[in-house]
Ligand binder design. Sequence first.
Ligand SMILES: O=C(O)CCC(=O)C(=O)O
Ligand SMILES: [Fe+2]
Length: 193
Amino acid sequence: MSPTQPDLFGPRAGWPEGLVYEPAFLTPEEEAHWIAVVQALPLREADYKGHTARRRVASYLTRYDFDGNRLHAGEPLPQALAALVERVAQWMGVAPGTIAHVLVAEYRPGTPLGWHRDVPSFERIAGVSLAADALLRLRRYPPVARAPTLDLTLEARSIYGLAGEARWGWQHAVPPVPALRYSITCRTRVRRG
Ligand SMILES: O=C(O)CCC(=O)C(=O)O
Ligand SMILES: [Fe+2]
């Protein structure tokens, strides 16, 4: 997503500014490696505003407190994930040290993720998909009458990026996944105004 990257992977007609997608970010061999790494992590049912979300997650570097709406220091990134996060940062065109949050999520079959914008403590977002395809739906936020919803298939081994308009002016959601899927989402800290 650096300005020098050829626009091979976006923007595409009808996509919001800041949405980028690249299939085959990982080879099948790399994917198998990262699946083994994430399956060894202590994934837990996430607590979100008193509800237990259906995803199981592991969260690193910072921890967002949904009750206090604040960001706290989090657990260090496991060494086993460092190379992947570095690669994602490189793809985003940012220094690895600017990644302020890494979320590993497991979606068992039937697990959805509801409509949301990511919390405002973070600026840019990039997500790697493992093990199975999922749909990423996007819609304008605040809502715009008759504006269509955009559906993007996040293929296994792909990466997507959300920045600018796609990150701040749209919500996204994942409908119930048909098969076990993992995602690794990296976020940069919000820039200070
Ligand atoms: O599973 C994904 O790739 C999307 C994750 C997401 O939107 C989030 O954790 O905020
Ligand atoms: Fe999100």
